[in-house]
Design a protein. Structure first.
Length: 385
């Protein structure tokens, strides 16, 4: 009597089976998650790589720079053929190669100038992979205005830090800044446009090893936040690679910080786009608030460039980050020109006749109508693609 040969049974695990065996894990939360990553350098690469491996379903990546040869030793998502291409686009392609089902958008531009606050509100969690205080201060203000937590990361050779902020409930990034930090930031802000451009060219010394450690912590905190778990919020984790020491820090809320009042409610306006004129927004805000004192913007705009030598004035209407070094120079005498800023528009201003785009604001931004101590955010949702 012939016995049939034994049958082998092959059990194939799903892509996320090992995650789903974790008791509290909910892959559907991650699949539907919306995460904004600001910065696609060495640290941003590690964050994006990890979020893609974890199966985050919706990712937006912001970066203004292009891939250079020196990036290849520190950035896992870039290849030699990417040299000269936008980092955000190359990182987005890398994320799609890791997880083909991901919906990923590359935003090639400067977060301070080109990313509307509606994008920050879209995100459930924001991750900062930045290398300067000014960008962190902006991301902090954006997240505070729209009520979103964010996870900051920083690198310095073999040392790194990851920390989370969720104002008004916890300390924010500005709460952690010392007098020295503020002094350095204010010196940068007071620099001439040409000096600021020179500062932007400086790089931060990093290694891929420290980037992988801090980027891993940041991605882990995103997962914890999405699951409603206790996360690194109002606290920081410091890793010193030279000695392998690590420790946690807790940040108190600074009594002088202005980001700890409850943020104003925000109304989505699908009928408003970047072509909407400010007087229409004023009318809506006036209707909702029973009157308006001013329209407040979420960023400073340069209205004019003035030459102190020959007295010429040019209308600009752009954020300072959009003004090139060439444009900072007077066309008449060649002297450097200096900017005039505004961030609020009052009744009777000629600016009320301008559109959102003509003011130099990015698509999908948010502006605030203010009456007394009350404010209402108005999201220019018609720009959302």
């Amino acid at each position: 009597m012939n016995e049939s040969a034994p049958q082998s049974v092959v059990l194939s695990e799903g892509r996320f089976t090992r995650f789903e065996s974790i008791r509290w894990w909910d892959q559907s939360l991650i699949r539907n998650a919306r995460v904004l990553v600001v910065g696609a350098g060495a640290l941003g690469n590690e964050v994006i790589k990890n979020l893609s491996l974890l199966g985050v379903g919706n990712l937006a990546i912001v970066d203004m720079d292009r891939v250079e040869l020196s990036n290849l030793s520190r950035s896992v998502l870039f290849r030699e053929e990417d040299e000269g291409k936008p980092k955000a686009e190359c990182a987005a392609r890398g994320a799609s190669r890791i997880y083909p089902e991901i919906s990923v958008e590359a935003l090639v531009g400067n977060a301070l100038a080109d990313v509307g606050l509606g994008r920050f509100r879209w995100a459930q969690v924001v991750v900062g992979a930045l290398d300067n205080r000014e960008a962190r201060v902006f991301v902090n203000s954006a997240c505070a205005r729209v009520g979103r937590p964010w996870i900051d990361g920083g690198l310095d050779v073999l040392q790194g830090i990851a920390r989370g902020f969720a104002p008004p409930a916890t300390a924010c990034y500005e709460c952690t800044m010392s007098e020295v930090d503020w002094d350095l930031l204010n010196k940068r802000r007071s620099c001439s446009l040409l000096a600021r451009r020179a500062l932007e060219q400086r790089g931060t010394p990093t290694t891929p090893t420290i980037a992988s450690i801090i980027g891993g912590i940041q991605a882990q905190e995103v997962i914890k936040l999405l699951h409603g778990m206790e996360a690194l919020i109002g606290r920081g984790y410091v890793f010193e690679g030279a000695t392998h020491n690590s420790y946690a820090v807790t940040y108190p809320i600074s009594p002088d910080c202005g980001w700890h009042d409850r943020p104003a409610s925000i109304e989505l306006m699908a009928g408003f786009t970047s072509d909407t004129r400010l007087h229409e927004i004023w009318s809506l805000a006036s209707e909702r608030l029973g009157g308006v004192d001013a329209i407040d913007l979420g960023r400073e705009i340069v209205s004019h460039l003035e030459c102190s030598e020959c007295g010429t004035i040019e209308t600009v209407m752009a954020t300072v980050e959009k003004i090139s070094a060439d444009r900072a120079l007077c066309r008449g005498c060649g002297s450097e020109r200096y900017p005039r800023f505004f961030h609020s528009i009052s009744a009777g201003s000629d600016l009320l006749e301008k559109t959102i785009a003509e003011l130099g604001l990015p698509e999908w931004d948010i502006v605030w109508g203010r009456r007394g101590v009350n404010s209402l955010g108005i999201e220019i949702t018609g720009d959302r693609h």
